[in-house]
Design a protein around this ligand. Structure first.
Ligand SMILES: [Fe+2]
Length: 252
């Protein structure tokens, strides 16, 4: 079983595939990467897109039917990539989907330029209510690249980080790759996911990313990331490796 917890495979909902044909090509690309399950996570509540749970569920059922008609061995589950907003907890019941609808893991996108003012309070509220926030592509956040200790502080408080496969292999540039590697070294990464949008322009690249991690870090990291993604699919608790501070002699 190989699970991808972040991608935009559903056609017509956001900046992912524009047609069923493109979605099927992207699905074939997932299969070529060894992926068996993808949690579809269309954008929700960013500046451009609103994708209600019902619209995501309908699109997932439809795409699963189309995949099985063509014997493409891939199973799609529901999710959303939720843009961080203050009323998240109030919206959990009716407007937000947890990953794989397990009621546990929530995929969150932060602004790229600043850490939202009430973020620690809101994350805590979510955690008290039993949710586990996963922050997507922290390597894209300029404020975290500038102040790495903030990344540590977030993870120290129980937030999980997902780095994009394309970043790991250097497609998103040298500085993001360097930062992502630094996060991995400090045990601040819990998932590698594709954030795939298009079979040509933004494909899965998961296989390449895991190969890279196996070579530059260790096979144990690959096993850790693979197992963590399975926990998300199953809605079970994962055991994060304790994070390492960026400050020398840091006492928490
Ligand atoms: Fe995304």
């Amino acid at each position: 079983m190989l699970v991808d917890i972040h991608n935009h495979i559903l056609p017509g909902l956001d900046d992912g595939p524009e047609s069923l044909e493109e979605a099927l090509l992207l699905a074939e690309n997932a299969v070529a990467n060894g992926i068996t399950h993808v949690i579809a996570t269309p954008h929700h509540r960013n500046v451009k897109y609103i994708n209600s749970p019902i619209s995501v569920k309908e699109a997932v059922n439809w795409l699963n039917d189309e995949l099985s008609k063509r014997s493409i061995p891939l199973h799609i589950l529901c999710g959303q990539e939720v843009y961080f907003h203050n009323e998240m907890l109030q919206n959990m019941e009716d407007n937000l989907l947890t990953l794989g609808e397990s009621g546990k893991y929530l995929l969150l996108e932060l602004p790229t330029n600043y850490l939202p003012t009430f973020i620690f309070d809101i994350l805590l509220e979510l955690q008290f209510s039993g949710y586990i926030p996963i922050i997507v592509h922290p390597e894209r956040c300029r404020f975290l690249r500038k102040d790495k200790q903030q990344a540590y502080e977030l993870v120290k408080r129980g937030v999980l980080f997902q780095v994009t496969a394309a970043t790991v292999v250097g497609v998103n540039g040298w500085s993001m790759q360097k930062f992502a590697k630094n996060l991995i070294k400090h045990n601040l990464v819990h998932f590698i996911a594709s954030d795939a949008h298009h079979y040509k322009d933004r494909p899965f690249l998961i296989k390449d990313a895991y190969k890279y991690i196996q070579k530059k870090f260790s096979p144990q990291y690959v096993t850790y990331f693979l197992d963590n993604a399975k926990h998300v699919l199953e809605g079970s608790l994962l055991q994060p490796i304790p994070p390492i501070s960026f400050k020398k002699n840091y006492k928490s």
